[in-house]
Write a protein that binds this ligand. Structure first.
Ligand code: FCB
Length: 434
C-alpha cells in the first residue's frame, strides 16, 4: 500500500499559487481604473486593491516563506500593465525584477509556473482593443513575444490564460469587470479571441523554447441538479455543464467554439486550435446546484446548497465538495493531457476550516492518483491572504496570514503548517534541491 502511494508522487510538483494583481500592489491596470470610477460600488462592496499584499516590495521575504513551506513549484503571474504601460513601450526595470524573481525561485529549487494573463490589462488595452475586437490578439501576442524573449527561457511551465471563460463572464456577462458590458455575443467573441490568442502564443513560445509546457488554467465547477426537482432541472444542468466545463475542451478537440442554449445563446465559430495545449490547469473550488426557472432571460438558477455535501461552506458561501475534484479529473481523461491542479483553496477566517478543506482535497488527490489520472502537480490557492476580486481583502485564502492594517506582516497559519507537513511526507521522490 505504502509503496503504491509513494510511486504516485514521483516527481510531483507541490506548490502554491498567486496572481500579480492580487498580491503585488503599486500598479495601474484596467481594474484600478475601474475602482477609481466607482464601478464596483454598484454591488455595495467597493473593494479597493490599494497595495494588495505589498508583494512587489516584499517578494524576497515572500519567496523565503515559500521555501519554508517546502514547495518545489510556485505559480504566479506577471502584470501586463506593469511591463507594457504604453503600447509597445516596455518597462525594463519591471522585466528585470520578474527576471530576478524567476532566478531566485530556481536557486531555491522551486520550479516556476508563470501565468501570462490573469484577469488584468493595461488601461490602453481596454480603451483601444478589448478582447471582443480581433486587434486584441495582436496586442497580446506582442506582449507574449517580449516575455518569450526576456523571461520564458527559464520557465518550464507557462499558462497563457487564467480562466478565460470566467473573465469573459465577468466582463461581458455580469458586466462586473471592465469593459463592463452585458452582451452575450461579445462574450463569445471575446472568449474565442482569447483562445485564438492562446493558439498563436503556443506556437510562438514553442518555437522559441520547444521544451516549455504550455497550458491554460480553466475554472471547473461541479454542477448538480437541484434536489427533488423536475426533469427540466436535469436538462438545464446538462446545458450549463457543457457551457462551463466542456465547451473549452471540445474547442481543442473539434476546432470549433460551439454552444447552443435554447432561447439564450447559439454560437458556432471555427477555430484552428489543433489540440495545441500541453496540459490542462484545473482551478477547482466548489459545487453548485442548478434549478430550472421559467424565464427567457435566464432559464435557470444556480444555488449553493451548502448542507448537501456535509463538508460545509466557505466565507463566500461556496459549498465545499472535495469529490468534485475527482469528477473534474475524470472529465479531463478524454483529452489525454497531463493535469495540474493550478488552484484549489478556500476563503475562510476560521483557519481550522481551511485545514479540513486541505485535508479532504489532498485525500481526494491521493485517490485520483491511485485511479491513474495524470495529475502532475497541486498548487494551493493561495500562498498569502490577498485581494479577492469583487470582495477585497476580507476573503482570506492564504496559507500565510497578512496583517493588512498593520504593516503587512506575514504569519504562517496552522493550515499552512499542515500543508508543509503533508508536502514533506509526500516528497520522497522529488529531485534534490540545493
Ligand atoms: C479564481 C481566480 C483567482 C482567485 C480564486 C479565488 O477564479 O483565478 O484569481 O481569485 O478564484
Amino acid at each position: 500500500m505504502e509503496s503504491m502511494k509513494q510511486s504516485n508522487y514521483n516527481g510531483f510538483l507541490w506548490g502554491a499559487a498567486t496572481s500579480a494583481f492580487q498580491i503585488e500592489g503599486q500598479v495601474e491596470t484596467d481594474m484600478t481604473d475601474w475602482e477609481r470610477r466607482g464601478k464596483f460600488r454598484a454591488d455595495g462592496k467597493d473593494p479597493r486593491v490599494g497595495d494588495a499584499a505589498d508583494h512587489w516590495r516584499r517578494w524576497e521575504e515572500d519567496f523565503r516563506l515559500l521555501r519554508d513551506l517546502g514547495v518545489n513549484s510556485y505559480r504566479f503571474s506577471v502584470e501586463w500593465a506593469r511591463i507594457e504601460p504604453e503600447p509597445g513601450i516596455y518597462n525594463q526595470s519591471a522585466l528585470d525584477q520578474y527576471g530576478r524573481m524567476i532566478d531566485r525561485l530556481l536557486e531555491y529549487g522551486i520550479t516556476p509556473m508563470v501565468t501570462l494573463h490573469h484577469f488584468t490589462h493595461p488601461c490602453w488595452f481596454q480603451e483601444r482593443s478589448p478582447w471582443h475586437h480581433t486587434r486584441a490578439i495582436e496586442c497580446y501576442l506582442r506582449f507574449v513575444n517580449k516575455l518569450s524573449r526576456c523571461l520564458l527561457d527559464r520557465v518550464p511551465l507557462v499558462i497563457t490564460l487564467n480562466e478565460p471563460l470566467v473573465w469573459t463572464l465577468a466582463a461581458y456577462g455580469a458586466g462586473k469587470f471592465p469593459p463592463g458590458e452585458k452582451n452575450l455575443r461579445h462574450l463569445m467573441t471575446a472568449f474565442t479571441n482569447m483562445l485564438r490568442a492562446h493558439r498563436e502564443a503556443y506556437d510562438l513560445i514553442k518555437h522559441n523554447h520547444p521544451d516549455t509546457q504550455v497550458g491554460i488554467a480553466h475554472n471547473f465547477i461541479a454542477f448538480k441538479r437541484a434536489p427533488s426537482g423536475i426533469e427540466m432541472d436535469r436538462k438545464v444542468k446538462r446545458l450549463i455543464h457543457h457551457f462551463y466545463n466542456s465547451m473549452i475542451l471540445e474547442a481543442f478537440r473539434d476546432n470549433r467554439v460551439k454552444v447552443s442554449f435554447p432561447l439564450m445563446l447559439s454560437y458556432d465559430a471555427p477555430i484552428a486550435l489543433d489540440d495545441k495545449i500541453d496540459f490542462w490547469g484545473v482551478n477547482y473550488y466548489y459545487r453548485l446546484h442548478v434549478r430550472f426557472r421559467l424565464s427567457i432571460r435566464q432559464p435557470f438558477e444556480l444555488l449553493s446548497l451548502v448542507r448537501s455535501s456535509g463538508e460545509g461552506k466557505s466565507d463566500l458561501g461556496w459549498e465545499i465538495y472535495s469529490r468534485g475534484l475527482k469528477k473534474v479529473c475524470r472529465w479531463l481523461a478524454s483529452t489525454g493531457k497531463p493535469i495540474y491542479i493550478t488552484e484549489n483553496g478556500i476563503a475562510a477566517q476560521d483557519d481550522s476550516l481551511r485545514l479540513r478543506f486541505i485535508a479532504s482535497h489532498l485525500e481526494m488527490l491521493d485517490e485520483i492518483l491511485r485511479e491513474g489520472h495524470p495529475v502532475k502537480g497541486y498548487y494551493h490557492w493561495s500562498l498569502l491572504d490577498n485581494y479577492e476580486w469583487l470582495e477585497g481583502t476580507k476573503a482570506r485564502f492564504g496559507l500565510y496570514h497578512v496583517d493588512f492594517d498593520n504593516g503587512y506582516g506575514r504569519t504562517l497559519k496552522p493550515s499552512g503548517g499542515f500543508y508543509r507537513d503533508h508536502i514533506k511526507k509526500h516528497s520522497v521522490y522529488l529531485p534534490a534541491t540545493e
